[in-house]
Design a protein around this ligand. Structure first.
Ligand code: HEM
Length: 411
């Protein structure tokens, strides 16, 4: 896959050497250095883990408007689109039409379950789960790994209850999802086995629920599907259940872990929040803005027409395009002092949940879980601290998420 490097004049410009993407997390507890000068150009050519090239859009104004632009197709199952990974066909499904109007029809069936009002009703359930997990952590070995004791099980339990997935399946589907989201972590054969097993697992789960339905979201979607094939076909049903199950925990879990690790590293901020827990919601937003726990490789799009950006740069039709949430989130044209972690920041319209046509269905749910997780942890364990230097915590590379692999804590 080759792409032209566009210039501010609209004509294809000389080819600056592409930059490797995802960017390295250096320093590991800070916003990556590479983001500082990135917006000097509206578009940067990047080389993906597959070796293919794509155009990365860097400025807030462009990222925001392109998320809503119909000239960028999310259908990347077509010839010539840059591959994210050489070993895994991430986000490619030729049997799904991920663009409007087909996409909008199915999305509408799902978003109803995740409105801010419905999510608020789930807060007591998330609170109970957080309390139980911390009870268990208090009785377990010290130091504990915050990822395994808290950050992962909390959103997994919530999404399992919402979707009606038996909790005893947690270990199995977590392993399969890990393989499903591998970029360079696993060889292609293992990725293939995980993808097949996950798809089969979901098919079996749907059949089991069809036989004995419950009050959960999967049962509700099966009812819609069985009443009218035009609203939701069987493949779409399985695809969306897969998407909700995966998106419903990996991102939130990585963000609970990475965000908390940053707070434990920044004791000054931690003390301020402990002294005034009403700061939790703005602190959570600021950690979302600055601590993206992964890159923006999930935003891969294909330009079906030439697209002119705000400064006149043209993305040529046929380009593979990534919308850089992490760069938009530190755009000095929008965020004052963007490289400062300001837990009191109120104007914080970050792009971490995307925007427009594919805006994150679970944003309200993720926010609620992050707030509950942070506040409950600090109330319950005011003395919580990392048992190693935060700057040495290893990041999980080679997968879709890039949070920390382990977060050892004591209290
Ligand atoms: C901190 C947690 C989360 C982050 C950072 C996040 C981020 C995102 C982003 C950036 C997108 C847009 C991708 C694109 O435009 O290509 C997205 C879409 C999506 N998210 Fe999330 N997400 C989170 C949690 C959740 C949760 C809890 C759920 C499930 C309940 C969820 C379900 C989805 C779904 C189904 C989509 C696809 C929407 C569509 O294509 O219309 N996400 N998410």
């Amino acid at each position: 896959m080759t792409t032209t490097n566009p210039s501010p004049t609209g004509a294809p410009a000389g080819r600056a050497a592409p930059v490797r993407y995802p960017f390295p997390w250096t320093p590991p507890m800070e916003i990556p250095e590479v983001l500082r000068a990135l917006r000097e150009r509206a578009v940067v050519r990047v080389t993906l883990p597959s070796g293919d090239t794509a155009l990365l859009v860097t400025r807030y104004v462009d990222v925001r408007s392109l998320f809503a632009d119909h000239r960028l197709s999310r259908n990347i199952a077509r010839p010539g689109v840059a591959r994210i990974s050489a070993d895994n066909e991430l986000f490619v499904d030729p049997n799904i039409d991920p663009d409007p109007p087909a996409h909008t029809r199915v999305r509408g069936l799902v978003t109803k379950a995740f409105t801010a009002r419905r999510v608020e009703k789930l807060r007591p359930m998330a609170q109970r789960i957080a309390d139980d997990l911390l009870d268990a952590m208090a009785e377990g070995p010290r130091p504990a790994d915050l990822n395994e004791a808290y950050a992962f099980p909390l959103p997994i339990k919530v999404i399992c209850i919402l979707l009606g997935v038996p909790p005893e399946d947690m270990v199995t589907f977590r392993r399969l999802v890990d393989g499903f989201l591998s970029v360079t972590k696993l060889p292609p054969e293992e990725v293939g086995v995980c993808r097949r097993d996950l798809w089969k697992y979901l098919g079996d789960l749907i059949e089991a629920k069809r036989t004995s339905p419950g009050g959960d979201l999967i049962s509700e979607l099966i009812r819609v599907r069985d009443e009218d094939d035009n609203r939701l076909n069987e493949h779409e049903l399985r695809f969306w259940v897969q998407g909700l199950l995966i998106a419903g925990y990996v991102t939130t879990a990585s963000q609970i872990g990475a965000g908390t690790a940053v707070l434990l590293h920044r004791r000054d901020l931690l003390e301020q929040i402990k002294a005034d827990l009403s700061l939790v919601p703005t602190a959570v937003e600021e950690l979302l803005r600055t601590q993206i726990m992964g890159s923006s490789i999930g935003t891969m799009r294909y330009a079906v027409a030439d697209i002119e950006l705000s400064d006149g740069t043209v993305i040529p039709a046929g380009s593979s395009v990534l919308l850089s949430e992490e760069s938009a989130n530190v755009d000095e044209a929008v965020f004052p002092e963007p490289f400062t972690l300001d837990i009191r920041r109120t104007e914080n319209h970050h792009m971490t949940f995307g925007a427009g046509l594919h805006y994150c269905v679970g944003a309200a749910l993720a926010r609620m879980e992050l707030q509950v997780a942070t506040e409950t942890l600090l109330r319950r364990f005011p003395g919580i601290h990392l048992t190693v230097d935060g700057a040495t915590l290893p990041r999980a590379l080679g997968g879709f998420m890039e949070g920390f692999t382990q977060i050892p804590v004591d209290w």
